[in-house]
Design a protein. Sequence first.
Length: 155
Amino acid sequence: MERMVNKGLSLTLRLITDFLLLVNLAAWIGLPWIAREMVDFLTLAYGWSEPYGFVLMFFYYCGVWTMGILLQGHFILRTLEKNQPFDSNNSGRLFRVGIFCILIAAAFLIKIFLYNTLLTTAGAVIFILVGLISFILADIFRKASRIWEDQQLTV
């Protein structure tokens, strides 16, 4: 019963991740229109000062790395569905998630110097922390994968 619940949860999370991948792709394609509407609305309503070109490039840059994070999550969840949590590839996938988070944090740090807001600062801190946690988890999964492979070889 427990295995079925875990497999169901992994499947559900993977389907949510797949849906978010499609939403990310659709947003990425429609970004010129979405960003234009957002900048125009916020400029008129609140006197926002970030230029359209900067906002567009910031969202495109972050969207690419977000797509990478979601893809890595998709592949990790696939291994969980197959009941192989210590697949040797998962440590590399978690490491890539860390790299992608740090790259997104770099964009937020640049934005802090150009157009700082409290939310921008929070975003930078969150992505740095998630990136560092991903590096730690990658190392843990690398070690666990070795132990699991040794265990499988033991008769």
